[in-house]
Design a protein around this ligand. Structure first.
Ligand code: ADP
Length: 202
């Protein structure tokens, strides 16, 4: 079977995880880039050792896990350190994702990633679905989901690719500004369409 890869992306709170979950419920193999990014810094993996050597043991929690929030804060305002970290992690994350995608048995597979366009992971896909929501809805839904402050959500949105940049690469766009049953229907329609594609091409 020739499995091709559908990328799913969107800003924070756009609804991409909800969409990806629906595809998975339809039997589509789903790979989450965020999860891959967490796996590569698990204790015992070489990346964690290198991060600790560079930044110090205070980045480790008592249970030996990386304190991701502390690391994020450390590199947030420091572009060279950020670049060092990205050069270390991006190839490892890409390898992790490739391995996970290779396990797909479904007619196509999904790679879900908030940074699909920015990270170069787009190269691992044949087609891109962008989940897009009006900013006000994105903020409201994320505040509700995470109990986060408005400013915090806005800061994350500012660090993500511009909506135009994402949309420029999209083959399909779901505008997620209606209810969940409507969203479900959109996914079903797209799924029917995707099943008829060969290698992700029309
Ligand atoms: P993302 O993965 O893009 O950050 P999520 O899929 O987690 O976004 O969606 C953010 C929140 O909004 C979740 O709590 C989700 O249940 C809710 N949500 C998503 N789409 C809708 C919708 N169409 N109607 C109501 N709630 C929605």
């Amino acid at each position: 079977m020739s499995t091709w890869v559908l990328g799913i992306t969107g800003g924070i709170g756009s609804g991409k995880s909800t969409v990806a979950r629906r595809f998975a419920e339809l039997g589509i193999h789903r790979v989450d880039a965020d999860q891959a990014a967490r796996w590569v810094v698990e204790p015992g993996r070489p990346a964690l050792q290198r991060i600790v050597e560079r930044f110090g043991t205070h980045l480790l929690q008592d249970n030996g896990q990386l304190d991701r929030a502390a690391l994020r804060q450390l590199i947030f305002a420091d572009p060279p350190q950020r670049q060092w970290l990205e050069q270390l992690l991006h190839p490892l994350i890409a390898a992790e994702i490739s391995q996970a995608l290779a396990k797909a048995q479904s007619p196509y597979a999904i790679l879900e990633s908030p940074l699909l366009v920015e990270s170069g992971q787009l190269r691992m896909t044949q087609r891109l679905l962008v989940v897009d929501s009006p900013e006000a809805l994105q903020i409201e839904r994320t505040m509700q989901r995470d109990g986060a402050a408005r400013e915090q959500v806005q800061a994350i949105m500012a660090a993500q690719a511009a909506r135009e940049e994402r949309l420029r690469h999209a083959h399909e766009v779901i505008c997620n500004d209606r209810d969940l049953s409507w969203l479900d229907q959109q996914v079903r329609q797209l799924h029917a369409f995707y099943l008829n594609l060969r290698g992700g091409q029309t």
